[in-house]
Design a binder for this molecule. Structure first.
Ligand code: NAD
Length: 286
């Protein structure tokens, strides 16, 4: 069994980005900028935003966090997004999800300018992804594809079973695999007999949020496992959705949690922001 080391690869990608940021600054005086909207006091959301901010600092991006109270109105968030859409120092906009229940999340995500949508959640970018066109791709599944490529794992013709069908993980994961010529199945909470599906898989990619959902008797020998889940175990440790101790005896490759997909997600956020900044810099020069 070989570990798919997302921590190591993300460090390598950050070094490449740092170099490119320096070049961009030298050639056009532009500094890539990321604006984040954080609503409420959820500790997990605050921790994710803090990690993203630190990553921006490491590679030399400008970053700003709009911290908003839980009780904020729809109009106030919309106004902030419009302001960021118009701000030339902001290349990328990220809305930390989930938003409180009084907020219409779909409307908020649709308000982000598609060319600043570095999370790839705007329907414009979702459409471009599903039709195989260039655009902004959600960071977590994009990070998974980069990790597979780094280890020379070609998904073409492989049976890939994606477990979890959310808009931010499962669906874009399936679209990317399909675009790379894999045979793709998507399973979710209403899938009957999950084991029947996973047993036939060459690659299982799971992002659900259920500890030990995937066990070794649900898998064939030498399967490749991508564990996207992030859960807090009773002992306080971070764990994924896969029974790592037993599954790792059976598979050929597996992502650890932590240190697998998580760091790749942040690296891809940086990559998407740099991509937006480069496009903006080019447009400014025209
Ligand atoms: P979500 O709640 O929006 O979606 C969960 C999906 O899992 C749904 O499609 C649901 O149908 C499916 N599901 C739930 N229980 C199931 C079961 N028993 N069997 C099969 N399918 C089941 O969650 P999300 O935002 O997509 O996040 C999923 C997980 O991925 C969470 O653990 C989250 O923390 C993690 N995540 C990790 C990263 C990362 O960078 N590694 C990024 C985003 C999300």
């Amino acid at each position: 069994m070989q570990l798919l080391d997302g921590k190591k690869l993300s460090k390598k990608i950050e070094l490449e980005i740092t170099k490119e940021v320096k070049e961009l600054k030298d050639t056009c005086g532009c500094t890539p900028g990321l604006a984040v909207v954080l609503v409420g006091q959820d500790p997990a959301s605050a921790a994710y935003v803090n990690m993203k901010k630190k990553a921006c600092d490491r590679v030399g991006f400008y970053s700003i966090t709009h911290d908003m109270p839980e009780t904020i109105s729809q109009e106030a968030i919309e106004k902030t997004i419009e302001m960021m859409n118009d701000n030339p120092n902001v290349d990328g906009i990220l809305i930390q999800l989930p938003l409180p229940s009084q907020i219409d999340t779909t409307k908020i995500l649709e308000l982000v300018a598609p060319e600043k949508d570095v999370d790839g959640f705007h329907p414009y970018n979702v459409g471009r992804l599903t039709t195989g066109l260039d655009g902004f791709v959600p960071c977590t599944p994009l990070g998974v594809m980069k990790l597979l490529k780094e280890y020379d794992i070609d998904v073409k013709g492989k049976n890939c079973v994606v477990v979890g069908a959310s808009n931010i993980v499962g669906k874009p994961m399936a679209a990317l695999l399909l675009n790379a010529d894999a045979t793709v199945e998507i399973c979710h909470i209403f899938t009957d007999d999950l084991k029947k599906h996973t047993l036939a898989a060459d690659i299982v990619l799971v992002g659900v949020g259920v500890i030990n959902l995937i066990k070794e008797d649900m898998l064939k020998d030498d399967v490749i496992i991508i564990d996207i889940g992030i859960n807090r175990a009773e002992n306080g440790k971070l764990v994924g959705d896969v029974d790592f101790a037993n599954v790792s005896q059976k598979c050929s490759y597996i992502t650890p949690v932590p240190g697998g997909v998580g760091p790749m997600t942040i690296a891809m956020l940086l990559k998407n922001t740099l991509k937006a900044a480069k496009i903006n810099a080019k447009e400014r020069q025209l």
